[in-house]
Design a protein around this ligand. Structure first.
Ligand code: ZN
Length: 84
């Protein structure tokens, strides 16, 4: 275990994950929202419109879409490698 900087709020914490304990419920909530969103008919081609539709910030969306489970979607949207 080592000190990590939370990718959401920037605070330091001791964990195996990249997200601190305060933020992980928010991540879980937004991820389930995102999964539900992608289950529908998504004609979105930009991460900005996903952000508008879901209310999830572009910064967090970029992080979520790096997950293996969204690899199909992010390659389709061509946003998987976008860094802000
Ligand atoms: Zn945090």
């Amino acid at each position: 275990m080592e000190f990590k900087k939370c990718e959401r709020c920037g605070s330091f914490f001791l964990s195996e994950s990249n997200i601190c304990g305060n933020c992980s419920p928010k991540d879980t909530f937004e991820l389930s929202k995102l999964r539900t969103y992608f289950e529908g008919d998504v004609n979105t081609t930009s991460i900005d419109s996903i952000a508008v539709d879901t209310g999830i910030s572009v910064k967090n969306l970029n992080r979520y879409l790096e997950n293996e489970e969204f690899s199909k979607i992010s390659s389709k949207l061509n946003i998987g490698n976008v860094k802000l």
